[in-house]
Design a protein around this ligand. Structure first.
Ligand code: AMP
Ligand code: ZN
Length: 449
């Protein structure tokens, strides 16, 4: 096998991956903030780092530790709790369950560790205490800030100096800060908000601190690879580096930084704030987990990927065709055909290889058929039998999309003319066929129940 190469955001170069200890490979990826149903943009990050985990395991066997955290304390969660009149616990527990179900539908391997922020608050308090003692942080009126000017490498990951970062980003303004770029390590909580006792009063930790603390606890002060979406480079990852390197007096935190590009819709980043999200469960219900997974891997991880029906329908036809050569079998090694994956996780290259194997196997070559099956499984496909796939397909295509759209139009017309009983009847008929209709801000959408 060739060497693994990765594009390191720190150096902006493709580099040969040299682990700190080949018997103890360490990978950390920033996990979800559990305040709302995860969307397919989040799924891109999930599937990319799951694939990197698979590739690392292919090379280093079981000597790979993959940590993906759960952020279960955050202002967004507090807002969601107030808005939905549900307790914080109810929200975080429910969304964590949805997230785990989504991971399963996408056939992601379980990470080695999945630490929750709320279970590490004492360690976070210890780290803040230590940063203050070493003069990297200061307290002001129950708030603790990291003093960015105390860290000389600030901006190295983003490749920008402080002035450029200040000009190009929205910076939280506060009279309590000594300098506008300083960021929060600890903030006070109101009585009704979740909080922990600390030397600076009752409060809660800042988001960036969580990942510094949890990565160090499970992977050490310096580890191999840190991953996340492109949007996390600044400020999140820049701040993680500042906290950890300052506190540990190290030059490095993670040796390789890998960032996935955005999933877009009409060339705009998919994000909750823009209101253009498709949840993972809706996408999986509509197309199946395998189709969504293959779509997310169809572009190189570092490039943008646009989410649209054509993309998904193409992947669906591919999977459908590939199931024609599905066989249950003992796995055969795929190391000989993994070169594209080793070359900076080139999944489109690997998918092209699977197409090649398919063509050879389809003309009767048994050896290629086994290799083809193992390659599909390696990528996280073929996780259900051929029979289950056929059943799933049948279930999904009972009604054609054009028929459903026609019925929705009829229902809208009925509603607009005040014929609510007809509108309800149409909705009920579709529901019986497993199609759920939802009215959203002036439009009606449908999904598989
Ligand atoms: P969040 O829960 O928003 O912190 O996001 C969890 C992960 O999903 C992070 O690694 C984000 O960078 C990533 N992510 C969020 N939106 C997108 C998107 N539209 N495309 C790709 N990755 C995304
Ligand atoms: Zn993080």
């Amino acid at each position: 096998m060739n060497n693994l190469q990765l594009t390191n955001s720190l150096t902006r170069k493709k580099e040969i991956f040299k682990p700190i200890n080949s018997k103890k490979i360490s990978l950390y990826a920033c996990g979800p903030t559990v305040y709302d149903n995860p969307h397919v943009g989040n799924a891109r990050s999930l599937v990319v780092f799951d694939t990197l985990f698979r590739v690392l395991k292919l090379i280093y066997g079981n000597n790979v530790t993959y940590v993906r955290n759960i952020t279960d304390i955050d202002d967004k969660i507090i807002e969601a709790s107030k808005k939905n009149k549900k307790s914080i616990n109810e929200i975080t527990n429910n969304i964590t369950k949805v997230f785990h179900k989504d991971c399963e539908s996408l056939n992601c391997l379980k990470p080695t560790k999945e630490p929750k922020a709320t279970e590490h608050v004492n360690e976070m308090i210890d780290m803040i205490f230590s940063l203050i003692k070493k003069n990297f942080a200061y307290e002001n009126n129950g708030h603790v800030y990291f003093s960015v000017s105390s860290f000389k490498n600030y901006g190295k990951l983003s490749n920008k100096n402080l002035e450029e970062l200040k000009a190009g980003n929205r910076i939280e303004i506060s009279d309590l800060k000594k300098s506008p770029m300083d960021f929060i390590l600890w903030k006070p909580s109101n009585k009704e908000d979740p909080g922990w006792d600390s030397p600076w009063g009752r409060g809660r930790p800042g988001w960036h601190l969580e990942c510094s603390v949890m990565s160090e606890k499970y992977l050490g002060k310096i580890f191999d690879i840190h991953g996340g979406g492109l949007d996390l480079i600044f400020p999140h990852h820049e701040n993680e580096i500042a906290q950890s390197c300052s506190n540990n007096s190290t030059n490095n935190f993670a040796n390789y930084w890998v960032h996935n590009g955005f999933l877009t819709i009409n060339n705009e980043k998919m994000s909750k704030s823009l209101g253009n999200i498709v949840t993972i469960s809706d996408a999986v219900n509509k197309y199946s987990g395998q189709v969504v997974r293959l779509a997310l891997l169809s572009a190189h991880y570092s490039q943008p990927l646009d989410w649209n029906d054509d993309l998904l329908n193409n992947q669906k036809s591919t999977i459908d065709k590939w199931y024609g050569l599905y066989e249950e079998q003992k796995e055969v090694g795929i190391s000989d055909i993994a070169n594209s994956l080793l070359d900076d996780l080139n999944t489109p290259g690997f998918i092209a290889k699977i197409h090649e194997l398919y063509a050879k196997a389809n003309s009767g070559d048994k050896q290629n058929k086994s290799l083809f099956n193992s390659a599909c499984r390696f990528l996280g496909l073929f996780n259900i039998s051929k029979e289950e796939w056929q059943n799933l397909k049948k279930k999904k295509i009972k009604l054609s999309e054009s028929y459903i759209t026609k019925k929705i139009d009829e229902r809208t017309k009925a509603k607009n003319s005040g014929d609510y009983s007809l509108a309800d009847k149409i909705r009920g008929e579709l529901l019986k066929e497993g199609i759920l209709i939802e009215d959203q801000k002036g439009k009606t959408i449908w999904k598989y129940k």
